[in-house]
Write a protein that binds this ligand. Structure first.
Ligand code: NAI
Length: 727
């Protein structure tokens, strides 16, 4: 874990060496400064090249050291200032990545040469922070405020070719990056360095800069909904206009401290680490991620090329896995083919930007389209993504039993059906597993991997590993109706319906939850997903429609409160976006611009009059509390039932699959933050007043944790162990 130095001609090449990504740990920083100072003093050295070992320049701060301090630490700011003020030319040779502190280090060098496949960026915002080693001061001075803001506020990883156009890089090469950097260093010997020291340069003026920055703030507030880091990034960049460099860097420090006091960086870092933790899966029977090797998946197939299937095919192909894509007939196959090809074309465009098109086949796995299930005889893994219908799924799995090779894995993308029931019709239930992708499957990062009773550990390991190969965050969950994410959504949406019945309008509920930070309010989300999906399921369950119990009170089922509002909307043909009308009205069927609909207000007002419901207009806080606490309470039940193995699993699911604001850590982290005694007492009060809403009855585990004062979230697993063994 050190930097090493060698001499090439008269150029000292200092190599950062801290595998796997040359993160800037204390000891690496100490070592960099030592080698650098020695090189700058060495009279045989005329120039210096900084590079990283193992084809990676530097991925930034060492996350293992987050939250800890060291007395003998050398700050990155000190290193950067030393490099920038060096009298000998310093060239960064960027391979792989220069991210966060890695790019800040490169920006302090006088020149930057990069490999065409490398990525640069300042992604600190993604963990609730700002670049605070001069990044917000040097980058705008190099590429101007608009381009720098775009990169810093979004935390975007920029491909080398784009970075060259932006002016971040001086040269992009296909091979021998370090040699090219050495040549660059030799070439610039003797040239003045003044205009290469970014910290000394003025930022380029742009017209109407104040308006530009105000707009950026407005946009960030709308887009990041309550997250403070993007706003702090804008504030930091803005300082380049009126503060000298060193004061600007000092301002970075002040902004970082004030961000820290909001609790958001801690929440986002918890979310970040949780994503790593969920990869270390365990099962209630003692199975463990590091004890079971996955089977390699060299070929795959997807059955059904609808909304989900086409995204799954794209995802597999993107990971360079050849796929067989199956539909039920030629017409559907043709539609599926067109959709997949359009998605793959977009991937090729992205690869072009990353300079990766020289790989044969662009690094995409081939896709073969067919209507013949018989073609699946030799694939390693098959993912079924046909309609959500148990009989159809069973029919397909029965056929797969005889067609697929004996060691092939059979996966279902069901969003909530019983995986054990599907597995039961096969000749290999141990190789059947749920792989629940989220829509759009080529983009959404979440994959719920659903283990059935008989699913083998090898099958679990293989599905989890496939998730990683596809660039997803895979979370292992147990098999229960609707698994984790959708199950928790039930009580949340139930509260939404009750709020609507009681006097809130869809746009008020959405606004409250979007202010909380959700990417999309629940009414818009239901409209997007299609209100008819739930309606059909309620009809199948005999809750509404012709199968409903005759004479049942309209607002009650099986002694529990029931809201028929969504059924009534569907009965009048309002299925959401697809029909142009749902909780909102849209510009056309399939339209996306939601507008409050006077019809809906009228409908709700009439409904209340019919059922003699006195109007109660809940304020934002009540809307947020009722919806959030309903969600959290079900989360505790999911933990009690061992459906998720820890609160981190639930939080990762919500952050990555349901638009939960990461700056709040996830629903369970949020609960811990609010204080479990408060969550409990709010639920208790609601429950006492509404005994016919059992979903709001506080969960046993919540009571238990609240009784011991609401311990920090990292201690919940231990308590959970005690609980599960008693259940
Ligand atoms: P979809 O209705 O868009 O597509 C289903 C496709 O399956 C259709 O193209 C249909 O032609 C095809 N299909 C039907 N029978 C077939 C057969 N015998 N052989 C080959 N293909 C056949 O449905 P969607 O939305 O893609 O859902 C698929 C599965 O994914 C369902 O189980 C659903 O619950 C689940 N899911 C859906 C999500 C969504 O947001 N739409 C999210 C997560 C899971």
């Amino acid at each position: 874990m050190a930097a090493t130095r060698r001499l090439t001609h008269s150029v000292a090449v200092i190599t950062l060496n801290n595998p796997p990504v040359n993160a800037l740990s204390y000891s690496l920083r100490r070592s960099i400064i030592k080698e650098f100072v020695d090189a700058s003093k060495d009279s045989s050295v005329e120039a210096i090249v900084l590079c990283g070992a193992n084809g990676k320049f530097c991925a930034g701060a060492d996350i293992k050291e987050f939250g800890s301090t060291s007395v003998d630490s050398v700050s990155l700011n000190h290193i950067n200032d030393t490099i920038e003020s060096c009298k000998k030319p310093v060239v960064a040779a960027i391979e792989g990545v220069a991210l966060g502190g890695g790019l800040e280090l490169a920006l302090s060098c006088h020149y930057r040469v990069a490999n065409v496949q490398s990525l640069v960026g300042l992604p600190e915002v993604l963990i609730g922070m700002i670049p605070a080693a001069g990044g917000t001061q040097r980058l705008p001075r190099l590429i101007g405020i608009p381009a720098a803001l775009d990169m810093i506020v979004r935390g975007r990883h920029v491909p080398a070719t784009e970075a060259l156009q932006l002016g971040i890089l001086d040269e992009v090469v296909k091979t021998n990056t370090i040699d090219a950097a050495v040549q660059m260093a030799m070439k610039v010997l003797g040239q003045p360095l003044e205009n290469r020291r970014l910290g000394t340069l003025p930022v380029q003026a742009i017209p109407n800069v104040d308006t530009f920055l105000d707009t950026a703030v407005k946009r960030a507030k709308g887009q990041f909904r309550g997250a403070q880091a993007p706003l702090a990034c804008i504030e930091a960049v803005k300082a380049t206009l009126h503060l000298p460099f060193l004061k600007g860097v000092e301002n970075e420090r002040v902004l970082t401290a004030s961000l820290w006091s909001t609790g958001q960086p801690q929440a986002q870092q918890y979310a970040f680490f949780s994503e790593r933790e969920v990869g270390k899966w365990t099962t209630p029977s003692g199975g463990k991620w590091d004890k079971v090797p996955p089977k390699p998946i060299q070929t795959a197939a997807v059955i059904g090329l609808g909304t989900m299937g086409r995204g799954i095919v794209t995802s597999l192909s993107k990971a360079n896995i050849p796929v067989i894509a199956i539909e039920q007939d030629a017409k559907q196959l043709d539609q599926g083919r067109q959709a997949v090809n359009a998605l793959l074309d977009r991937e090729v465009e992205k690869l072009k930007l990353q300079g990766k098109t020289s790989v044969p086949g662009n690094g995409l796995g081939s896709v073969k389209f067919t209507v013949d299930l018989g073609d699946l005889h030799s694939v390693d893994l098959i993912i079924e993504a046909v309609y959500e219908n148990m009989q159809l799924k069973k029919e397909i799995f029965r056929k797969l039993s005889s067609i697929a090779k004996p060691d092939a894995f059979l996966c279902t993308n069901t969003s909530g059906l019983n995986v054990d029931e599907i597995a039961s019709v096969t000749n290999r239930p141990q190789q059947v597993i749920g792989t629940h992708f989220f829509s759009p499957a080529n983009i959404m990062r979440l994959l719920e991997v659903v283990r059935g009773q008989k699913t083998s550990l090898t099958t679990i390991a293989t599905a989890m590993s496939l998730g990683k190969t596809l660039g997803k965050v895979a979370v292992l969950v147990g098999n229960c109706p609707l698994f984790v994410g959708n199950r928790m959504l039930g009580p949340y949406l139930e509260q939404v319906n009750y709020l609507l019945e009681e006097g809130s309008y869809p746009e008020e509920i959405d606004q409250a939850l979007e202010e909380f930070g959700f990417a999309m309010g629940p009414c818009r989300m239901m409209d997007l997903a299609g209100l008819d999906v739930g309606w059909r399921s309620r009809m199948e369950q005999g809750l509404t429609g012709t199968n409903a119990p005759p004479g049942a009170p309209v607002r009650q089922r099986n002694g529990k409160r029931y809201s028929p509002l969504a059924d009534l909307l569907c009965e009048s043909g309002r299925f959401g976006q697809k029909t142009g009308k749902g909780w909102y009205q849209y510009e056309k069927a399939g339209g996306r611009i939601a507008k409050p609909d006077p019809w809906v207000r009228d409908f709700l007002d009439k409904y209340r009059r019919t059922h003699q419901i006195a109007r109660h207009q809940a304020n934002s806080q009540e809307i947020q509390d009722r919806c959030m606490f309903a969600l959290i309470n079900e989360g505790f039940r999911v933990l009690e039932d061992s459906i998720a193995s820890g609160p981190e699993d639930i939080d990762v699911i919500y952050n990555n699959g349901y638009g939960f604001p990461k700056h709040r850590g996830g629903p369970m982290y949020y609960a811990a933050n609010v204080g479990l005694p408060k969550v409990l007492s709010t639920l208790e009060n609601y429950s006492k007043a509404n005994p016919d809403v059992p979903s709001m009855k506080p969960a046993f585990l919540l009571r238990k944790l609240a009784a011991v004062g609401g311990p920090p979230i990292k201690e919940w697993r231990t308590q959970l162990g005690n609980t599960s063994s008693k259940l």
